[in-house]
Design a protein around this ligand. Structure first.
Ligand SMILES: [Zn+2]
Length: 172
């Protein structure tokens, strides 16, 4: 009889092997980013579901007021200035990915809703909506209607989003 079964005879769960980057250095718990060969999307794991396909920013703003696509392009320029990011148009939204998705936009007829994730809650009159995906991904939304809305304040929020959530600063 073995009432005090310790579990020693049970097989241990397999531990993930240490990963090696292209440069040959180990990266601890960080997994290499996988790039979808079809659409070029950066994904945190191979064959992760994503809206795979080729959409353009114009597709997103079909039927929008004149000037909105240009406004969205200016936002994309802002996103690209944050660091090594990938900006992808998907079926219903545009996403911005560093190591992981951290920002993007949702089209509107008269502009768009800019989205970004922080580790903290930001309380500000410009935040029109929030989305709680846990302490590591707190979504914030700001309505953008003119170039004036793409200001230093928004830029600072986006940079914080990139520098924390986007590059996974909590994973060593
Ligand atoms: Zn794909």
């Amino acid at each position: 009889m073995d009432p005090g079964r310790t579990g020693k005879s049970m097989s241990k769960p397999r531990r993930p092997r240490a990963v090696t980057t292209e440069s040959g250095s180990t990266t601890g718990r960080r997994r290499p980013i996988w790039t979808c060969p079809k659409c070029g999307a950066r994904l945190i794991s191979k064959n992760l579901w994503h809206s795979c396909g080729t959409f353009t920013i114009e597709d997103l703003f079909t039927g929008a007021r004149p000037g909105v696509v240009e406004l969205a392009r200016a936002f994309v320029g802002l996103l690209q200035s944050l660091g090594d990011v990938q900006v992808l148009s998907q079926k219903t939204r545009l996403v911005c990915v560093a190591r992981v998705r951290f920002a993007g936009l949702y089209p509107r007829k008269t502009g768009f809703r800019a989205a970004f994730a922080l580790r903290r809650w930001l309380r500000h009159p410009r935040i029109v909506k929030t989305a709680d995906y846990g302490p590591r991904w707190r979504g914030h939304f700001v309505d953008i209607r003119s170039e004036r809305d793409l200001d230093d304040e928004l830029r600072a929020w986006l940079q914080e989003s990139h520098d924390t959530v986007g590059i996974q600063d909590d994973i060593v």
